[in-house]
Design a protein. Structure first.
Ligand SMILES: Cc1ncc(COP(=O)(O)O)c(C=O)c1O
Length: 370
């Protein structure tokens, strides 16, 4: 292969550092795996049955670009009741990642700046570069609060988009109602597109607020990957202003075409399945881990998603994580993967209580390994 074949665009970002952790861990037969970015519960039985039925009744063709009418209509009804925005339209994307890619393809011209909060979901930085934009990470260290003054200071005439992710990956932080209102107001005042990535909306241990409540122009990204344990079926939800949604659909038509047909039946069957028990179990695991670590580690209390983001008690995060993997066979992710800083590390508590207990033991020893 010739390097001539590879675009300059491809050189603007690296493969995710999470892969490096998995490579290091490949030889460990029974690791303490606290690195998983998906629910550890299976898709609801209703969803599995609906998907089997869809396969058996030959639902293998394309769906309309915007998604199955039954799923879309039901979601549209619920969104209309909740927001009462005359102009808010929904469609089904190929996962929330697909939705993010389409949104940035529509919004970003070369050189446009896209603000997101640091630490951030890895894909934001890569997608902004992929679409020719300039990533502008805004620090939320050390407590991961969203400071409106810091946000406003990062804005320039080139700022085109702000991405808010609450509950957040990797910090587990949930933005307060006041913070959300302030961010929504600032985006409206400066006519900046606000993308709200709400994929962890149901994994919330305090009140959840969407900026779309305050700013009707907000583009909301949601989906079934986390809420209903369907990540492999690639069903995302997007809703926002009709004109912007039309543009996203144009890009979907020429890229993903549609979300997987069978997965959309699974999503439809999931809509009314109660997930309270699963969320409660995550809250329990979060508190179990937090209470065990809080005396030895600088860690912000978990509020949602299924992550915590403590500070490494010694060394860089990379050094700390290497020790965790090599000496204790524990998989965690160094913060540099999600941040401009390499000081913290991500723990996922989407793992069994037994695994978390093994992890706690390892963390207690690790802190003394400096
Ligand atoms: C914050 C955030 N947004 C979006 C996604 C992507 O979700 P999907 O699997 O639906 O593409 C993830 C997955 O980890 C995530 O953590």
């Amino acid at each position: 292969m010739s390097s001539r074949w590879i675009s300059k665009r491809a050189g603007t970002f690296e493969a995710s550092g999470i892969r490096k952790v998995f490579d290091l861990a490949a030889a460990i037969p029974n690791p303490i795996n606290l690195s998983i970015g998906q629910p550890d519960f299976d898709a609801p039985e209703e969803a599995r049955r609906a998907m089997i039925e869809a396969i058996n009744t030959k639902k293998s063709g394309y769906t309309p670009t915007q998604g199955l009418a039954a799923l879309r209509d039901e979601l549209q009804k619920r969104i209309d009741v909740k927001y009462q925005h005359a102009d808010r339209k929904v469609f089904i994307a190929s996962g929330t990642s697909g939705a993010l890619a389409l949104a940035l393809l529509v919004a970003v011209d070369p050189g446009d700046e896209v603000i997101f909060f640091d630490p951030y979901f890895v894909m934001y930085d890569a997608l902004v570069r992929m679409t020719g934009g300039v990533p502008v990470p805004v620090s939320t260290y050390p407590n991961f609060h969203y400071d409106i003054n810091v946000l406003e200071a990062a804005m320039t005439p080139k700022t085109k988009v702000i991405i808010l992710n609450s509950p957040a990956n990797p910090t587990g932080k949930v933005a307060s109602r006041d913070e959300v209102k302030a961010i929504a107001g600032l985006a409206a005042k400066h006519n900046i597109l606000l993308i709200s990535d709400e994929i962890y909306r149901t994994f919330c241990f305090k009140e959840f607020t969407s900026p779309a409540e305050f700013n009707p122009q907000t583009l909301v990204m949601d989906g079934f990957s986390k809420s209903h344990g369907l990540p492999g079926w690639r069903v995302g939800i997007v809703h926002g202003q009709a004109e912007f949604i039309e543009q996203m659909l144009k890009f979907q038509q020429y890229t993903f075409v549609c979300a997987p047909h069978v997965g959309q039946y699974g999503a439809l069957a999931s809509l009314d399945v109660e997930m309270k028990e699963q969320i409660e179990s995550y809250r329990k695991r979060a508190m179990m881990l937090y209470n065990a670590l809080k005396d030895d580690y600088d860690v912000v209390p978990p509020e949602g998603a299924f992550y915590m983001f403590p500070k490494a008690p010694w060394g860089t995060a990379t050094e700390f994580v290497e020790k965790a993997i090599k000496k204790y066979e524990m998989l965690i992710i160094p913060g540099g993967v999600f941040s401009t800083r390499d000081t913290h590390f991500r723990i996922s508590y989407s793992a069994t209580e037994a695994t978390i207990e093994r992890g706690i033991e390892a963390f207690k020893k690790l802190v003394k390994d400096r």
